[in-house]
Design a protein around this ligand. Structure first.
Ligand code: ADP
Ligand code: MG
Length: 257
């Protein structure tokens, strides 16, 4: 595990009416690590991501990236700062082709503005990079189809491709394989596996399949009723009473392979 901190939340809290969905979560994440976030449905995992990415404003607490307080930035400004969350881009350009969607993500990262119609044909390098990204998410065959025409699983792969094109410092994956067919799941897991080898990337992964968590995670944190109730090495956390309790009867038991 690398030293240092990339992403940090301090006392991050949100209340919906009287309900505390995320309750004073303080946690730091280092570059070169993949942290799995587990917990029963309704534990606050997605809400925690929404607070980090700026979709939701906290009732209290801060989000820091490389020591900089992002708490007052909008979601797009946080994306720009290096926080990558797939769904922010999902529905952006349903009528553009798969390749054009990826190029757009590459373009936005390079701050070249949105005058794409003019510059695309001249940007051979951009197209080549977009093709590499497509290859890595196994969408080359879908290259010229409009994003809206893709089956659900391919749309999820496109989301991940667009996220990769942004090249964020922090990746937030919220159940990235949910709704995918059995043969599509390995493509996504393989991508996460490869991202994980990059020493400068910080990956947070919400995932219910414990065999996947065991394989990919350097660390597991557990949310329960919005609070961080366990944090540590995968085997120790999985064996802990709090996890055994939280999952007992609440999540399907996966056979470890
Ligand atoms: N926008 C919202 N308004 C009101 N309640 C919400 C909102 N978003 C999430 N919640 C509530 O916050 C809790 C945590 O939800 P969520 O973060 O989606 O859980 P998880 O992703 O762990 O399954 C749930 O009780 C949910 O109903
Ligand atoms: Mg969720």
């Amino acid at each position: 595990m690398s030293s240092g901190i990339s992403l940090e939340t301090r006392d991050l809290t949100i209340r919906f009416g009287g309900h505390v969905a995320v309750n004073a979560v303080s946690c730091a994440f280092g570059p070169g690590t993949l942290t799995a976030i587990v917990g029963p449905n309704g534990a606050g995992k997605t809400t925690y991501f929404n607070l980090i990415s700026g979709q939701l404003k906290p009732s209290a607490g801060q989000v820091l990236l490389h020591g900089r307080d992002l708490s007052h930035l909008s979601a797009p400004a946080r994306t720009h700062a290096g926080l990558g969350r797939a769904f922010q881009l999902t529905s952006l350009f349903p009528n553009l082709s798969v390749l054009e969607n990826i190029r757009l993500a590459l373009q936005s990262r390079r701050h070249l503005g949105l005058d794409l119609w003019h510059v695309w044909s001249h940007h051979k390098a951009l197209t080549e990079r977009a093709e590499q990204v497509l290859e890595s998410v196994a969408l080359t065959a879908r290259r010229d189809q409009p994003a809206a025409a893709l089956p659900h699983g391919d749309q999820r792969k496109l989301e991940v491709g667009m996220l990769m094109a942004l090249d964020p410092a922090v990746y937030l994956f919220d159940e990235p394989t949910a709704g995918m067919s059995v043969d599509e799941v390995p493509v996504i897991l393989d991508l996460i596996r490869r991202l994980r080898l990059q020493a400068d990337k910080t990956i947070l992964l919400v995932e219910h399949k414990m065999d996947v968590v065991r394989e990919l995670a350097d660390r597991i944190i557990v949310l329960h009723n919005g609070a961080l109730v366990a944090d540590g090495e995968p085997e120790a956390v999985i064996a802990s009473p709090v996890v055994q309790q939280a999952y007992l009867g609440l999540a399907p038991v996966e056979e470890a392979t």
